[in-house]
Design a binder for this molecule. Structure first.
Ligand SMILES: N[C@@H](CCC(=O)N[C@@H](CS)C(=O)NCC(=O)O)C(=O)O
Length: 205
């Protein structure tokens, strides 16, 4: 089996790095430098035409998008290790949280970023859109908080790659100093997820 993982530090690839670390699967790691535009070089565009990390190549097949990578690795390597549910409703739930994070939550996060970040010219930004999106993020975090009420982890008593994925994505919001104070179940769960050896290893700076 050949597995090659393309990543960059401090990027969405950290989510996939954690998933790989939790699974303990051997893979070749290729570190790219986004500032140096490694992600836009022709040799990498052949691997991922989107020019983005993370990207995983398994036996010659490229898999990009961190949500797809988590779900794929979970299915391939996670069920025996009890880190990903067997096919059935529990797996559906795991997929629900991973996809919700990347589609619904990430969309609101993007709207805040593109309307406040220095990477978009001020005359192309809309403060009202940013304000509404920030409120939407709080509502979405509230949904997550509610789902964790009375539970150790998203799917119940056992930690899975869904927890790894969602919590690692939330690190970006924590890094942005987003207010998490209203979400006590979420915060307690985040501490449980972050206490895992794989998390500590991936996030050791
Ligand atoms: N939706 C993608 C997002 C990937 C993404 O935006 N990656 C950024 C880093 S956070 C990237 O590689 N940017 C490189 C570039 O734009 O050149 C995923 O979840 O994998």
């Amino acid at each position: 089996m050949s597995l090659t993982f393309y990543f960059a530090p401090m990027s969405t690839a950290t989510v996939s790095q954690l998933v790989i670390e939790e699974l303990g699967i051997p893979c070749e790691r290729v570190q790219l430098n986004i500032q140096n535009k490694d992600t836009k070089k022709p040799e990498f565009l052949k691997v991922n035409p989107n020019g983005k990390v993370p990207c995983l190549v398994h036996d010659g097949t490229s898999i990009w998008e961190s949500a797809a990578i988590t779900i794929y690795l979970g299915e391939q390597f996670g069920t025996d290790k009890k880190l990903w549910p067997a096919a059935g409703p529990k797996r559906g739930e795991a997929m629900k949280w991973v996809v919700w994070t990347n589609v619904t939550l990430a969309d609101a996060v993007y709207r805040v970023g593109r309307n406040t970040g220095t990477w978009v010219p001020a005359d192309q930004q809309n403060a009202k859109v940013a304000e509404l999106a920030a409120k939407e993020i709080q509502d979405l975090l509230g949904i997550l908080d509610h789902a964790l009420d009375g539970k150790q982890y998203l799917l119940g008593n056992d930690y899975t790659l869904a927890d790894a994925h969602v919590n690692s994505f939330l690190d970006w919001l924590r890094h942005q100093k987003m207010d998490f104070s209203a979400h006590k179940h979420l915060n307690a769960w985040g501490e449980r997820c972050s206490a895992r050896p794989a998390y500590k290893k991936v996030n050791a700076h």
